[in-house]
Design a protein around this ligand. Structure first.
Ligand code: BTN
Length: 253
């Protein structure tokens, strides 16, 4: 890939695994040992793929499972969740480039969806010192050619193969995604608000009534906006506006 990859750093060094427990764990260790910005760890399958909220992430052969090492400048630990939106946006843009007839959108806080089914997800893990993020590992999962999902996922997940009827070449997808992601990332470093602007345009939630499961019960309201820290702004039925962090609430689907 490296001879045709048009990036400054993303994907210049790729660590390939046929099988790994979790690429996020490997990339985190590489970063701790001095790994550089843009290094990628990719596995054909993961045996202990991690999803948001400590959930298991189904990662059989046929999908794209990788993690990217980032050293964002001047980013506070509170802003790390917003990078999930950037990742989900990169996946949606790449899906849209390869399959313009499929409508790929992003769903707060870290999903890429086609219709109401999840095709990709992002999980960022940061090493922080005080309130600053020293490095971030951005883990990305995309269901490329998965034909069958386990019963627990079969009504909520989909794959590009299922949606388009075509097999997706993993290397080609990864290359376009790394190019898109680097462009978004460079822009985000000087102007995160323009990333948010694009995230709003591709959001599947904004303007809709949603239900969010909080620890103390569910709340319903109008999804009004996304903020600079990756929070969802909800207008409750009472008219009060509230800000929900990704740790506080789960969307009820
Ligand atoms: C989510 O939507 O819950 C986040 C899913 C993130 C999955 C990716 S696959 C590559 C990387 N390694 C992991 O263990 N998880 C992320």
């Amino acid at each position: 890939m490296s001879d045709t990859l048009r990036t400054r750093t993303f994907g210049h060094r790729i660590h390939h695994y046929s099988r790994a427990a979790s690429t996020n764990d490997i990339a985190y260790k590489i970063a701790l040992e001095g790994g550089e910005e843009g290094e990628v760890v990719v596995a054909e399958e993961q045996t202990r793929g991690k999803g948001r909220g400590n959930h298991y992430w189904f990662s059989p052969p046929g999908g794209l499972w990788f993690s990217l090492i980032l050293y964002p400048q001047k980013i506070l630990s509170s802003q790390v969740p917003a990078l999930n939106l950037l990742g989900a946006l990169g996946i949606a843009i790449t899906c849209g480039k390869l399959f313009p007839t499929l409508s790929s959108q992003i769903r707060w806080p870290n999903d890429t969806v086609i219709g109401d089914r999840k095709v990709g997800g992002v999980l960022c893990r940061a090493k922080c010192k005080k309130d600053k993020a020293i490095f971030v590992v951005m883990g990305i999962g995309v269901n490329l050619n998965i034909e069958e999902f386990p019963p627990s996922l079969c009504h909520t997940a989909t794959s590009l193969r299922k949606e388009s009827g075509h097999t997706v070449e993993r290397e080609a997808f990864l290359q376009i995604l790394l190019e898109e992601m680097e462009e978004l990332y460079i822009i985000s470093q000087r102007d995160f608000s323009s990333i948010l602007e694009r995230a709003r345009l591709l959001s599947s939630l904004l303007g809709k009534q949603v239900t969010v499961q909080m620890r103390q019960g569910e709340i319903k309201g109008l999804a009004q906006d996304l903020d600079e820290e990756g929070n969802l702004i909800l207008r409750l039925e009472s008219g009060i506006q509230t800000r929900i962090t990704p740790e506080e609430g789960y969307l009820r689907l």
